[in-house]
Write a protein that binds this ligand. Structure first.
Ligand SMILES: [Zn+2]
Length: 357
């Protein structure tokens, strides 16, 4: 199996994030991608290949140009204003209650702030998303990793894996958040639709609901989105991810959320995975984009499910057994000592080989 990877992710190198307002060591760090790369590079069944550049157009097909502009300008603004900070996060976000009673048109006409703190809130969801000097470049390369993985599959590979970092599924059309800046999976799915004219399914198995992916395709029926995740009443992103979110307009019925109970184990999770796969199989299409997270792992520091390495091998096998081509893209997973083994198990499962004990 080909694994698309580049060291360019290292430019996004936060050391701290905030948890309930208190600085804590960052979870989404370069060592995550290095652990997975090292494990796959040491396994003869995987071949590491570099991404190719795809330019901004595939990003602009999914994201608001203002978000792209903000992310490009954010760190230069910090430097220009000589703000003494290691990273940029906002304190103030425009929540929906601020605009209560005002019309959609009125709210949409509110101008983007000029101050960098205001802009960061304007384009952001939360403060757990520090922007560093190399964040924009790293996020652009993560998109190129995703699109290169798409190219491999469109070029004839049955399955390919993009080791995206930073991850993407919390990023909405006009919003970064949750360690995500550009939505790699959404950009990949939209590119596949453009290239093939086929419908595409996104299967999201990160522990967190992919609120960004759901928002981007909420009113579209050409990209169907199925997600298994911790119940948002317990876990980030808190405000979306409930079972009654099915899409609207042409997208009605094209969104499937399967919230999981606390400490859901392999058997519980795999039963719902089968439901998601049946749902995907009921619609035409030959390619699935997988948003692959390992924060469902039993020892993950920020997840609250209880999957095992053996569970990941079985998950990979069941997804591959659907017989569709797979564009597998990395999202979360924060238990560093297990990331390599878990990725190897999942991808070997998907590649049709039984992991060694
Ligand atoms: Zn996650």
């Amino acid at each position: 199996m080909q694994v698309v990877h580049t060291d360019r992710h290292r430019g996004h190198d936060p050391s701290v994030e905030t948890y309930l307002g208190v600085p804590v060591p960052a979870c989404e760090v370069p060592a995550r991608a290095e652990a997975i790369r090292d494990a796959l590079a040491a396994d003869g069944r995987f071949e590491i290949v570099p991404p190719t550049e795809h330019g901004p157009d595939p990003i602009l097909a999914v994201h608001d140009a203002g978000l792209v502009r903000f992310l490009e300008e954010a760190w230069p603004s910090v430097e220009r204003q000589e703000i003494e900070r290691d990273f940029l996060v906002a304190d103030t976000y425009p929540t929906r209650q601020m605009f209560s009673g005002m019309s959609d048109a009125f709210v949409a006409a509110r101008p983007e702030p000029e101050a960098i703190g205001g802009r960061t809130g304007w384009w952001g969801l939360d403060s757990s998303n520090p922007i560093r000097p190399g964040t924009y470049e790293a996020a652009r390369w993560a998109v190129d990793v995703a699109l290169t993985t798409v190219n491999l599959v469109l070029g004839g590979e049955t399955v390919a894996y993009g080791l995206c970092r930073p991850p993407g599924h919390h990023a909405a059309a006009a919003m970064a958040g949750g360690y995500c800046f550009f939505n790699n999976a959404a950009i990949a799915a939209a590119a596949i639709v453009r290239a093939t004219g086929e419908r595409v399914a996104i299967l999201d198995v990160d522990v967190h609901h992919g609120n960004g992916t759901q928002q981007i395709f909420w009113r579209r029926d050409d990209v169907r989105y199925a997600s298994l995740h911790a119940d948002p009443r317990r876990l980030y992103p808190f405000f979306l991810g409930h079972a009654d979110e099915v899409g609207e307009g042409p997208g009605r019925g094209a969104n499937l959320n399967l919230p999981q109970p606390l400490r859901a184990d392999d058997a519980t999770y795999l039963a719902d995975l089968d439901r998601a796969l049946e749902w995907i199989a009921a619609t035409p299409g030959s390619i699935i984009v997988v948003s692959l997270g390992f924060d469902t792992y039993e020892k993950d520091p920020i997840g609250d499910l209880a999957l095992t390495t053996e569970g990941y091998a079985e998950m990979g096998r069941r997804v591959a057994a659907l017989g569709r081509r797979l564009v597998i893209l990395q999202e979360g997973g924060y238990h560093l000592p297990s990331l390599g083994d878990n990725a190897r198990a999942w991808l070997r499962g998907a590649g049709g080989t039984i992991p060694e004990p």
